[in-house]
Structures are given as C-alpha cells and as structure tokens.
Design a protein around this ligand. Structure first.
Ligand code: PLP
Length: 406
C-alpha cells in the first residue's frame, strides 16, 4: 500500500507554512524536496565521515571513499546498468550531456554530420550541441511535436539521414510532461548506426528506468530532482561508447601519471571525473536512490498517474485555463496559461500567496516556447509526496488568479 501521508512525514519541509498557509510544493520539476534520510546522510557524512576521496591512506579518507564509491553501484542498480563502471558520477544532467558533447561527439562527428533533437528539449540538451554547430560545423535537425505535445517516434526515425550520428532526446518533457518512446527510437536508430543519448533528468523521476531495456548509449540523470542534494548526478555510458571517448576535463583524480612531457589517464569511468567531486552530495544522492528503490519506482509512477488523472479531471471544468500538452500517458507536469493577457509571473505570485509553489517562465525550453507561440507558462509539477487535496488547493488558487487577472 502506497501511504502518501507516511511519505510526506519523511520530508521535514512539507510541514512548514508559506505566507501563513500550509506549503503546497508543486515546483518539483525544478527541484524536489529532500527526505530526512538524505538530510541525515549529509549530516553524518560531514560530522563523522568526511575527508577527501581516493588515494588517501588514512581512516577517514578510506571511509569517505567507500561511501562515495558505493553510490556508483546504487546508481547502476537504479538505472538497470549491468556494470557500475558504466556510471560517471557528476553534478547532474547538464554536466553529463556536456561530457558526451566534448568527450564523445567532438571526436566522433565531423563537419556536416547531424544530430537530431526534439523541439521540446531542455537547454541542457540543446546548448552543448550548439557548441558543436558553432565550432565544428555539425548540423542540428529538429523534430516537432504534434498539437497534443506527442512526439511520434516515427518522425524521429524519418529524420535520420546518411549523415546522422546522434539522436539526443528527452525521455520526458519538463514543460509538457510528454513521455517519449525512447526504446523504439533507440532500436531503430541502432539499426541505422546512429547513437542515442537520453536526457533522463525528468524521465527517471516519474517511472522505473532500465537502460539495458532501452538500449540507449547515454542516459543522464540529475540528483536534485530525484530527492537528492543539488550538485549530484550521473551519466550512464555504454562501455563501447566510453571506449570511444576522450576526457574533456583535466586535473587530479583522472590520471595515473603526469610528467613534464606526458600524461597517462586513469581507467574509465574515473578518466572522466576530474578534480575533487561533490563527495557529500553524491553520498546523499545514493541515500535518496535507496529510499526511492525501497518505495519502488513503479509505486511512485502509479501514485503520480492518479494525481495526473485527478488534476486533468479538475482542470476540465475550468474553461479559462489552457493546459499545454495533452499527450496520453504524460507525466504529472502541467504548464498552464489563463485565457486573456494574464502573465505567468502574476499567476504564480497569486498562487504563492496561497502557499502554492509553482514555476513561471520559459522553463529553459526556448525552441518549445517558440513552437507554442508563448513567452512563458505557469508550471505545476507533481512528485511522490503530493496529494489530491493539494490539487484542490491549486485549483482554488487558480480560480482566485482568474478572478483577479481576467
Ligand atoms: N533536462 C531536463 C529535461 C530538465 O528538466 C533539466 C532541469 O530542469 C535538465 C535537463 C538540467 O538539469 P540540471 O540543471 O540539474 O543539470
């Protein structure tokens, strides 16, 4: 039995008030709140078990290294990877995608080669590819979503040409909530010799992930959206692809030997982890994933599907509310505009007065905003601890915003 009230009690911040009202936290797409086990793990790491990791000979360094390195295995388990050496620890999806852009694509692609992107990518999965466009003459090809926000896998496959080398695609839109059939895209892409990077920053939060089942070459995740600390994350990279990569950040930890004339790199994945890492952030991230796996991602997904269906039913009665993205099976992420000229920032300010935290803006998705013909939306994004009662409070607050701004 999924006990949402028990889960809520695991998150200390959820019992606070904002503007004299109980907090209704619906900004999970930007960052999720942290359970007490994660906060405790951070406190324990700093108060009892802290030192720099790797190469240390003293007790605390060895302990911190063990705690830190154990997270590689936890992430591999969470993502269904068969080997923890396919996991590069980092600060999040942005770093992960940049690692692939600099470490793999810059070596493997040449001028005129193509990368396919969907129009609903987050800037983290756009701007690193623009670097390659600007600096190496790589061509970016865009695939649109339909009026409901669906991304037809066939449209992605049809965009593949003889020069296509990579498809870089989100598993879940952070604006529309659309879930993408990344498995079909990967299968078809591989038959045509094209590699696939999946941006799992949102996707991994809302449903179980199995990178072996998807078959993708690269899968990036963000710790702070998965109830872990900010500054934590990872990217799964298939062994064969990792072998094709060159390190893009140089420094300590990623080398075996350095002399005036030469450098011998460490073995992968450490070859791609230069400098002192986010030690405690990563340890906290491992605890967050253990917490999630204990609850079960399939249970989280089922709970969020209930929230999504409840919200859709409630929103249907509001003829002045536009929801961007109606794709079947979408995640519980709702980008909203009100009919008339109400600005998303004004709506979110009114909601905030009712204790309801939502995000307003372009959500780091410029091409999608252009496609929708909007400059901003107000986004309510749900998490494992949200309730249907909170949706009622959101709807009341939206009604107030409509009354005041219409
Ligand atoms: N990709 C998607 C779909 C996202 O929603 C986000 C964050 O909002 C990112 C990538 C970037 O994540 P981070 O800023 O944590 O690296």
């Amino acid at each position: 039995m999924y006990d949402v009230h028990k889960i809520r009690s695991d998150f200390p911040i959820l019992s606070r008030e904002v503007n004299g009202k109980p907090l209704v936290y619906l900004d999970n797409g930007a960052s999720a709140q942290k359970p007490k086990v994660v906060i405790d793990a951070i406190t324990r790491a700093y108060s009892q078990e802290y030192a720099n990791v790797h190469r240390g000979l003293h007790f605390l360094s060895n302990l911190a290294t063990d705690r830190y390195e154990a997270v590689r295995g936890t992430i591999a388990k969470f993502l269904g990877a068969s080997d923890e050496n396919e996991i590069i620890l980092n600060s999040g999806t942005t770093e992960g995608i940049n690692t692939v852009a600099y470490g793999w694509a810059m070596q493997q692609l040449k001028a005129g080669d193509e990368i396919i992107l969907s129009v609903m990518e987050h800037h983290a999965n756009i701007v690193p590819w623009h670097f390659l466009r600007e600096r190496q003459g790589i061509v970016l090809k865009w695939v649109d979503v339909d009026g409901q926000g669906n991304l037809d896998p066939q449209a992605v496959i049809d965009a593949i040409g003889p020069k296509t080398k990579l498809i870089a695609i989100t598993q879940c839109s952070n604006v529309l909530g659309t879930m993408v059939d990344v498995k079909t895209i990967t299968q078809e892409a591989h038959e045509r010799g094209v590699a696939v990077l999946v941006d799992g920053s949102q996707g991994a939060v809302h449903a179980p992930v199995d990178v072996q089942d998807i078959g993708c070459d690269f899968y990036a995740i963000t710790g702070h959206k998965l109830y872990g600390p900010s500054g934590s994350g990872a990217i799964y990279i298939k062994k064969e692809r990792m072998a094709e990569m060159r390190p893009f950040m140089g420094g300590g930890d990623m080398i075996k030997e350095v002399s005036k004339d030469s450098v011998v790199y460490n073995d992968p994945p450490m070859m791609f982890e230069a400098g002192t890492p986010g030690i405690v952030q990563t340890i906290g991230f491992g605890t967050a994933l253990e917490y999630l796996m204990e609850i079960g991602m399939e249970n989280v997904a089922a709970h969020e599907a209930q929230l999504r269906d409840y919200a859709i039913a409630k929103f249907q009665g509001l003829n002045w509310l536009n929801i961007q993205g109606q794709a079947p099976g979408k995640a519980a992420i709702f980008s909203m505009t009100l009919q008339g000229a109400a600005h998303a920032h004004d709506i979110s300010t009114i909601l905030d007065k009712r204790g309801v935290a939502v995000r307003a803006g372009h959500h780091c998705a410029g091409p999608l905003m252009d496609h929708l013909g909007l400059s901003a939306t107000c986004r309510a994004s749900f998490a494992m601890y949200n309730t249907t009662e909170e949706i009622d409070i959101l709807v009341d607050a939206l009604e107030l915003a409509h009354e005041l701004l219409a």
